[in-house]
Design a protein around this ligand. Structure first.
Ligand SMILES: [Mn+2]
Length: 321
């Protein structure tokens, strides 16, 4: 990681201003990593701008809005109009996403030199022609990476930002379970030293009772396809992230060692999220269906098939594996 940080610092220092941007529907990991990078950029005496499209602001979930309200540190936000006023040689750093279609505002990649930092499984829509492209799908979260970057610079982050980063790690690892290593716990420890607040963190991670009940009713309809593998079909999927959330939650139940969750993510497109505690390789099944991933964390997207057809396909692939 040290080499990456040296390279990042080298590039940032060549610019006057840096825009930090992440994916649509920000979460605590995308926001935390952007905010941490803002502080890092400023520590080099450069101007940092957080890109947030204001038309989305009212749609941000309460956790994100709350995080913003708690922050005392001044963060300069820009949107699709105001970014044009940024002066000097400007760099765009993208974090927690690597495909142009998921970007908050894709147009920017054609206007500025770009750095991409991500921890998702690489797909074919990845951003090309970047000055630096770093992707490590074994990494727990971007929050973990940015914590180490700040720490390597001996920088103590603002305590609210440290708290958001800690919450980002917690959410991306499903409570320090998925992709969690000793380095992940160490990053959490660094953030506590920086002043992360566990009470505020709990506030940030809260969900509404309605969200909880909605997920519970989805999970109520899950079923076992064999002794150890659970499946769940979400009939009225509202956000594709729900697939992963439910797949991760199913792993908390007795006997469940792996899970497959299906839902319609677009008109003719069905998404499948697969998770495993580690003994069962779910990427094997997802690869056979045109997707990919890791043994414990995989996914696929299928066009022009029904939920019922895909359900049957997974069941027979599991039987034959
Ligand atoms: Mn993330």
């Amino acid at each position: 990681m040290e080499e990456l940080f040296i390279k990042l610092s080298e590039i940032i220092k060549q610019y006057d201003s840096v825009i930090l941007m992440s994916h649509k529907d920000p979460d605590l990991d995308s926001l935390g990593s952007c905010l941490g990078l803002c502080e890092i950029v400023e520590s080099f005496g450069k101007r940092a701008y957080l890109f947030l499209n204001d038309k989305h602001l009212e749609n941000y979930n309460t956790n994100i809005n709350q995080a913003f309200n708690k922050m005392e540190k001044d963060i300069i936000c820009v949107n699709n109009r105001t970014y044009k006023k940024i002066e000097g040689k400007t760099l765009l750093i993208i974090t927690d996403v690597h495909s142009d279609e998921r970007l908050e505002y894709p147009k920017l990649i054609n206007e500025f030199d770009t750095i991409v930092l991500d921890h998702h499984i690489k797909n074919s829509h990845y951003i090309k022609n970047s000055k630096l492209f770093f992707i490590d799908s074994n990494l727990s979260s971007m929050s973990e990476l940015i914590t180490y970057y700040a720490s390597s610079l001996n920088l103590t982050l603002d305590n609210v930002i440290a708290t958001i980063l800690l919450a980002g790690i917690e959410i991306d690892t499903n409570g320090f379970n998925l992709k969690t290593t000793s380095k992940t716990y160490n990053a959490a420890s660094i953030l506590m030293y920086m002043g992360a607040d566990t009470i505020l963190k709990q506030e940030l991670l809260k969900e509404t009772k309605d969200e909880y009940l909605k997920r519970a009713s989805v999970i109520k309809n899950s079923f076992m396809i064999n002794e150890y593998i659970a499946m769940c079909i979400i009939p009225n999927l509202t956000k594709s992230i729900e697939l992963a959330e439910v797949a991760e939650e199913l792993l908390n139940f007795e006997d469940v060692k792996a899970s497959f969750v299906l839902g319609k993510i677009d008109n003719d497109l069905i998404g499948v999220s697969a998770r495993s505690l580690g003994d069962i390789d779910v990427s094997n099944i997802m690869k056979q269906m045109g997707g990919g991933g890791h043994s414990s964390n995989a996914a696929c997207q299928i066009k022009n098939k029904t939920l019922k057809e895909i359900k049957q396909e997974i069941i027979s692939l599991v039987e034959n594996s």
